[in-house]
Design a binder for this molecule. Sequence first.
Ligand code: FMN
Length: 179
Amino acid sequence: MRAVVIYESMFGDNQQVARAIAAGLIEAGVAAEAIEVGTAPTALGSDVDLLVVGSPNHAWSMPRPNTRESAEAKADTPLVSQGIGVREWLGSASLTPGLPTVAYDTRGSHPKAVVAMDHASKSIEKGLAKLGGTRLVPAEHFRVAGMEGPLEPGEAERAHAWGVTLAGLLTGRPGRSQA
Ligand SMILES: Cc1cc2nc3c(=O)[nH]c(=O)nc-3n(C[C@H](O)[C@H](O)[C@H](O)COP(=O)(O)O)c2cc1C
């Protein structure tokens, strides 16, 4: 079984989540890699059994060129994603019909009611469905403490455990995270 986690990240938080998800998948026996969206292939091979796609929330949705510029203006170091984002990738990618897909996003620590509104991950889910993917589970959200992070305590571990869960759903062998 092979999984690909494609992520967009400005300050490194989403990248950290993507890597933790991939590590959880690997721990549970799925060959997985986390790929920054600017270097991700737009045509995924038929050997890919699961596609996970994540982006930060920017202005209640996936990043756009102008929100990336805003992020760049706030950043002390170069942004992780400097080319296209998930929005653009979804606009040009092709998937094997029916490929299991999952979305996630990173977002600020809002009250539950706001989090329940869903944002970027809902758009990613729609984009993946439009490409012919089949949603494996509802999207997950990971919280950051401030605009530039860091991740809230326990979120990297939760991402790892989610990777283990996804692997279990894929292989039919529910695993237990050792994170
Ligand atoms: C321009 C901009 C707009 C943002 N808008 C939102 C928002 O609408 N909702 C939210 O929860 N977080 C918002 N954030 C916070 C980001 O979600 C947070 O910076 C991101 O998840 C951190 O991940 P990263 O380090 O991988 O970029 C925004 C951040 C930036 C830079």
